[in-house]
Design a protein around this ligand. Structure first.
Ligand SMILES: Cc1cc2nc3c(=O)[nH]c(=O)nc-3n(C[C@H](O)[C@H](O)[C@H](O)COP(=O)(O)O)c2cc1C
Length: 395
């Protein structure tokens, strides 16, 4: 057998702190501190705690060239086996079981042209089964007052800069109507009307405005570039839309993929759990978003961007920015139609990927948006200091 190290690996010297009652009673701090090595690899679901022998063997192995097992005779068999089982070392001919799955995922990661720190960041930032709403509430961080009380004052809203000459005051040219008014009405919606379904026409209009290609250019038989309403790094438009539909007239509740050239919804497998539970899990317990008529998962096909920007330090930033541009277009498109909209990246990516059948190293959820009719009553705070959306609540 020949082996090599997995493609991307980061080692963390982690300090573990445990409660130590005996130490506390004998006059100590009550905290027992110990250190361990932890391996992080983007093709694995979880970090792996390492012994020093395992750490040293990892440092010995090339991630590129295959090393015959016989040349590792100085290392105990248990050390190599533990690393093979954990997926940190890959066997050239991993025939079956978990080792084979690790080997396949390592190959897919290599083929994806990820810049290694970005692959690690993307993997490490994914959540599964988190209830961010409850955690924020429990920490007293769900209101501005609570934030100030618990965290102290934030850095100033506007930094004081300048000092190299007199200030140049600029003319205020904002118009009361049109695009300027639209920008001022844009307010994150946290109060959807739970009874009012969205007309299919509005859904179609929104998807066409935000996610449809309104032009394309065929550079070669197999090479097509799309034109959309938002900019995209390299013009590659790697981010598409998956929908969880709850209340849209003429569209059966369920999961869909949106086809941006044909402007069509492609039904996906019906999830095993009720849609409202899945919706809440997708947005990490944020009930103020979960009851929107539909949720839109913005999912990026990384290989489409990294095909051009191979192992490029800026490529991940570009796809994150792409998602940001799409969400702003979605906000403005919704506001223009009299609808409320939101975006959140406090999402359970792993649960979303499982529900929609996405492999996170190939196609990952970056954010979730939604839109629909606002409720008449504000139950959850929205930031509308000008009273443009909620005139009666204006402050
Ligand atoms: C990247 C991003 C992530 C956000 N995530 C959340 C979120 O998890 N929960 C939430 O209630 N609002 C979220 N928002 C909305 C912001 O809280 C909101 O934009 C901000 O409070 C300003 O309000 P406005 O959008 O009405 O101007 C997010 C916005 C952005 C751009």
């Amino acid at each position: 057998m020949r082996v090599r190290r997995c493609a991307v690996l980061y080692l963390e010297p982690r300090e573990r702190v445990e409660f130590d009652l005996a130490g506390l009673l004998s006059g100590g701090s009550g905290a027992r501190r110990s250190r361990e090595w932890v391996a992080h690899a983007p093709h694995l679901e979880q970090p792996v705690a390492l012994g020093t022998a395992e750490r040293d063997l990892l440092a010995e192995l090339s991630p590129e060239t295959w090393t015959p097992e016989e040349t590792l005779a100085g290392w105990s068999e248990g050390t190599l086996d533990a690393l093979l089982d954990a997926g940190l070392v890959i066997a050239e001919t991993a025939a079956e079981g978990q080792r084979r799955i690790h080997a396949q995922r390592d190959v897919r990661l290599r083929a994806g042209h990820w810049w290694a720190p970005a692959a690690m960041l993307h993997r490490a930032a994914r959540w599964s089964g988190q209830d961010a709403a409850a955690a924020t509430e429990a920490a007293g961080l769900s209101t501005a007052v609570g934030l100030r009380e618990n965290l102290g004052p934030p850095p100033p809203a506007v930094p004081a800069r300048g000092g190299h000459g007199p200030r140049l005051a600029l003319a205020r040219t904002i118009e009361p109507e049109g695009f300027d008014a639209l920008l001022r009405r844009r307010t994150t919606c946290r109060n959807f009307d739970p009874r009012r379904a969205l007309p299919q026409e509005s859904l179609a209009r929104m998807l066409e405005r935000v996610f449809a290609a309104h032009g394309s250019w065929q550079a070669d038989e197999d090479t097509v570039f799309l034109k959309k309403g938002s900019p995209s790094g390299g013009g590659l438009h790697p981010t598409g839309a998956y929908l969880l539909v709850q209340r849209v007239e003429g569209v059966a509740p369920g999961l869909y993929h949106y086809h941006p050239l044909d402007h069509a919804l492609e039904p996906l497998a019906v999830p095993a759990e009720p849609l409202d539970g899945l919706a809440a899990r997708m947005v990490a317990g944020q009930h103020w978003f979960a009851n929107a008529p539909l949720l839109v998962v913005m999912a990026t096909r990384f290989a489409r961007c990294f095909w051009k920007y191979r192992q490029h330090p800026k490529a991940y930033r570009a796809v994150v920015m792409d998602a940001g541009h799409l969400s702003q277009t979605l906000y403005l498109a919704a506001t223009d139609l009299g609808l409320g909209a939101f975006v959140t990246c406090a999402i359970n990516e792993a649960d979303i990927e499982q529900a929609f059948g996405l492999d996170p190293l190939e196609e990952g959820a970056m954010a979730v948006c939604g839109f629909g009719w606002r409720a008449e009553e504000m139950r959850n705070a929205e930031f509308d200091p000008g009273g443009r959306v909620w005139p009666r609540q204006a402050v």
